[in-house]
Design a protein around this ligand. Structure first.
Ligand SMILES: *Cc1c(COP(=O)(O)O)cnc(C)c1O
Length: 943
């Protein structure tokens, strides 16, 4: 029970206090938050509170805990886990996170609260590190172009498969996969291949290529069994047969083994987990994907490139496929949106801190420990070429060996009744080696040489990997980079659809606890009862909140939740013999991932029009439903809509789809407008994904990690994601490498719900709606609010229409977005879902003072626009077009612009708010796309 004098967490999380809320309500013109909800939401879906004053679905939540109580409960859960020495391997290795990186990145809000760098001028810090990440991957794999991270190794393999399918000239639809890839990689590949009509043929490729035509070949280095195979001739044979080759490669091994690019491979994929990122029961980690230069334009996900700013200085920004799903939709290369930026930053900095020599030394030590075990195994050793993992033949004794090691606190990997594998990593010691040798019942012997050290080429020669080897240098590098960016530690980030709310320190603290961090995802269940309890609690709470019956936490981003949900729908139809349903109805306003996910799930997209007022056009929907009745698999609808309104017809829309046998997918990215008020599982949805990195406080990390659980009503439950290596789950529909996806960040959401309680969660939703409506009222006369619901209300965000302003004055959304940086703010979402508009989502966490300051800045910008409109300033030379302004561009003797330097830098005076100095001026995106540079440029470029 909370003492009176202890503050409620909800009062810390929710920005506006009671008096601020009444100020907002007065401006909106309603008497209470409940009246606001009644006016904004359709009566048919708004849940009435129980007699006890609790929102339906939230009755199961315990009374809100204080920060201390929540941390104590999490501590107890952590303490019930056993932190064994993990020698399981299979894609997850123990690693030491340098304390300087843990403290200054993982525990530093300047890094973890940033958003995807869509505003590159105020994101140069993280863009630089992502470029380092790309350079690191490119160097280690010896392939020219690497992207800025994938969700995990399994999905990276799946992206490699579809990339090869797109890029090859071969007409074949068969993919050849070596038997020695990780079980979870094979499972994700199988899931992804099926709906695309790709046939997977599994074979032991050491014997060479089987008969038949293949568009691609996937092998792993080292293999799951630890063996290291020289794949050079397989690559050339494959090329001769018209197939491309992708190699799943371990980045640490590549410091000593000939890299995929040097044997002619077209693609490399894998994970950067063992570069300083804890195993965390499976994630999050940054997967990687690298390709030969000729396939650069086929790369999915985000690619950071170098361009120039308005003064010709080099500057970083996202290249090519920026927001590609929003443009190409069902033609997009992939549905990946949120990726793994924070973990890519960690891995890149780990490489900078250790450098090529340090990484090679770690690799040699790891290999040395493996060699010692191999030597002791003698004849029991199965493969004589290995890097870190040795496979032992122990006829009939596998269980006994595993148990003997377990008795010494070490987890080994039981391959089958006759084989055990042992993986060494950075944390392996001589004592561990001795204990393992004893567990096998053999005695130490001379280490054997595996003869795998074959790499001769240099890597990580750029200064970025050589200058920051002392802690002082690293600490300052991290600080200097963070200072270039606007994250939530400097300003509100009013990005519509992204829900940039508080990520509380008390929610974040447990994620770095070793009891969570050092859990291997395939460790015995008896090692991690605490994590399993935490997962069960979350499943319980989230199904209650959403009104669904079951939920899977496996998808590691919203896009993956969408995909898993659509697969469940498809499998459900097929299970009923309804095999022709392959159409997915998607409103034109939908997020681009919706269409991309439908295409990946093997569905054809039928676009449903929107009416003038932004709502789904019911007539068009009914026409399309009638036209395709027997083919309709699903409707994907976002609620409240991406237009930021609660559509009043939602129940009718869902019913119309159900009437013809279709299923309703409610995109739950906007759940921050529903928690405690309405439940998609009760107002018509059959399935939804949630974005825990939006509504439930997992920080965006500069563009990931995320968690995108998929929640379903009971009839879809049998088709939720399973995993081949988790006994409690079915084997099929695996969408991520780990059974519970990004499990190590689930304590954040757990703590948020635990500390808010039913009342706090509902209050958060109501406050978010109030804040958005307040912004809409304050700004409408300056920038017309594009869409409102029936009583003139918006939901938790609002779209400001600049198209008329642009037409009249020439000032664009870009100009306004960049100008906001001069005022010290991050821009709202630009041109989504409507081109030429800005979408503002203040969230409940921002105080009225901060929201007012943002509105003041927007209003002041409107006055600047009017001076352009009146002809006082020319459209090509004004503080908007000149934005953002760096200190350097203002510190000049000859200033020949029609506005003053003070107007440029301090438009609302020096007292307005702390000055943010953008490090670069406006970046020329097109230049960078024409002159693609995606790894660290030589230092001279910055001279
Ligand atoms: C953010 C978002 C998504 C995609 O989620 P990711 O986690 O980025 O993959 C899908 N739909 C909507 C409406 C969103 O806002």
């Amino acid at each position: 029970m909370s003492d009176q004098h202890q503050s409620r967490f909800s009062d810390r999380h929710i920005g506006p206090d009671a008096s601020a809320v009444s100020t907002m309500l007065e401006v909106i013109g309603v008497a209470s938050l409940d009246e606001l909800a009644a006016k904004a939401l359709p009566a048919g879906i708004l849940d009435a509170l129980s007699s006890g004053g609790v929102a339906p679905g939230l009755e199961g939540l315990p009374a809100p805990a204080t920060e201390e109580e929540s941390l104590a409960e999490l501590r107890a859960l952590a303490d019930s886990n056993t932190t064994a020495v993990s020698m399981i391997g299979q894609g997850y290795f123990d690693t030491f996170t340098p304390a300087v990186l843990r403290r200054n990145i993982l525990e530093n809000p300047a890094w973890y609260t940033a958003y995807t760098p869509y505003q590159p001028e105020i994101s140069q810090g993280r863009l630089e590190v992502l470029l380092n990440f790309q350079t690191m991957v490119s160097d280690l794999t010896a392939l020219e172009v690497a992207n800025a991270s994938m969700l995990d190794e399994g999905t990276a393999a799946a992206e490699a498969m579809t990339l090869m399918h797109r890029a090859t000239k071969s007409k074949a639809n068969r993919l050849l996969v070596d038997t020695d890839v990780y079980a979870q990689t094979a499972a994700v590949l199988a899931t992804r291949a099926e709906p695309l009509g790709i046939e997977i043929v599994t074979a032991d490729l050491r014997q060479g290529l089987p008969e038949g035509e293949f568009f691609g070949v996937i092998v792993q280095l080292p293999g799951a069994s630890g063996r290291v195979v020289d794949w050079a001739s397989l690559v050339s044979d494959s090329h001769e047969r018209g197939a491309l080759v992708a190699v799943g490669a371990d980045l640490l091994a590549l410091t000593v083994i000939t890299p995929p690019g040097e044997i002619g491979a077209d693609v490399a994929f894998g994970t950067s987990q063992r570069f300083g990122v804890p195993m965390g029961f499976g994630g999050p980690h940054a997967g990687y994907l690298a390709v030969h230069a000729k396939h650069a334009r086929q790369l999915p996900g985000r690619l950071v490139g170098v361009s120039v700013d308005a003064d010709g200085a080099p500057a970083y920004r996202l290249a090519l496929q920026t927001r590609e799903q929003h443009i190409r939709r069902d033609k997009a290369t992939s549905n990946i949106c949120t990726a793994q930026v924070l973990l890519a930053v960690m891995a890149a900095m780990y490489a900078s801190y250790h450098g090529a020599q340090g990484l090679t030394a770690i690799a040699r030590r790891v290999h040395g420990h493996a060699s010692a075990i191999a030597g002791a195994l003698g004849d029991a050793l199965v493969h004589d070429k290995y890097f870190d993992t040795v496979l032992a033949r122990v006829p009939g004794r596998a269980d006994a060996v595993v148990a003997a090691a377990k008795a010494k606190g070490i987890n080994l990997w039981r391959v089958d009744a006759d084989h055990v594998s042992v993986s060494c990593d950075e944390a392996t010691t001589d004592a561990h080696v001795a204990a393992v040798v004893e567990a096998f019942g053999v005695s130490a012997a001379e280490p054997v040489s595996a003869g795998i050290v074959t790499r001769t080429s240099d890597f990580l020669t750029h200064p970025a990997f050589n200058k920051y080897r002392t802690e002082t240098e690293m600490m300052r590098y991290l600080r200097a980079l963070a200072d270039k960016d606007i994250a939530l530690d400097r300003s509100m980030i009013p990005l519509g659809s992204c829900t940039m709310k508080l990520n509380a320190a008390a929610e974040m603290e447990p994620i770095t606890w070793p009891e969570f961090g050092r859990q291997h995802p395939f460790a015995p269940a008896s090692d991690n009862p605490g994590l399993r309890q935490l997962i069960a609690d979350l499943q319980d709470w989230l199904t209650g909140i959403t009104g669904y019956d079951q939920i899977s936490l496996q998808p590691n981003a919203g896009s993956q939740g969408e995909y898993a949900g659509l697969l469940a729908i498809k499998a459900y139809h097929v299970s009923r013999g309804d095999t022709d349903r392959d159409l997915c109805l998607i409103p034109s306003s939908a997020h681009g991932t919706n269409a991309a996910s439908a295409a990946l799930a093997g569905m054809r997209v039928v676009v449903v029009a929107c009416r003038e007022n932004g709502d789904v056009d019911l007539d068009d929907l009914r026409t399309k439903i009638a036209e395709h009745a027997d083919r309709v698999a699903a409707l994907m609808i976002t609620y409240p809509s991406t237009h930021g309104v609660y559509e009043h017809d939602v129940a009718d829309i869902c019913a119309a789809v159900h009437d013809v046998g279709g299923q309703v997918y409610v995109d739950g990215a906007n759940l921050n407008a529903l928690v405690g008020l309405a439940r998609p599982g009760r107002f018509g949805g059959d399935v939804s994904h949630l974005n825990l990195h939006k509504t439930f406080c997992i920080p965006h990390g500069g563009g990931g990690p995320g968690v995108g659980p998929v929640a379903v009503r009971s009839h879809l439950a049998p088709f939720l994601p399973g995993h081949p290596l988790a006994d409690e789950l079915p084997d099929e529909h695996t969408v991520s490498s780990a059974p519970y996806g990004s499990a190590s960040i689930l304590p954040i959401t757990w703590a948020y719900i635990r500390m808010m309680g039913a009342e706090g969660l509902r209050a958060a939703t109501l406050t978010a709606i109030a804040s958005a409506n307040y912004v809409a009222r304050r700004l409408d006369e300056y920038y017309p609010v594009l869409y409102t619901g029936e009583n003139g209300m918006v939901a938790h965000e609002c779209i400001l229409d600049l198209r008329g302003i642009t037409k009249a004055t020439g000032v664009t959304v870009d100009d306004v977005a960049k100008r906001l940086a001069d005022y010290g703010f991050h821009a709202p979402t630009m041109s989504f879902p409507v081109a030429g508009t800005l979408m503002v989502e203040p969230t409940e966490s921002e105080s009225l003072a901060e929201v007012d300051a943002f509105c003041d800045a927007m209003i002041a910008i409107r006055a600047e626009i009017d001076r352009v409109g009146s002809g006082e300033w020319s459209v090509d030379d004004n503080p908007l077009r000149g934005a953002p302004h760096t200190a350097e561009c203002l510190l000049v003797t000859d200033w020949d612009h029609p506005y003053t330097r003070e107007q440029a830098a301090y438009p609302l005076g020096k007292g307005f708010r702390p000055k943010v100095w953008p490090p670069v001026r406006r970046i020329d995106g097109a230049y960078g796309d024409r002159n693609l540079v995606c790894s660290c440029p030589p230092v001279e470029a910055f001279a």
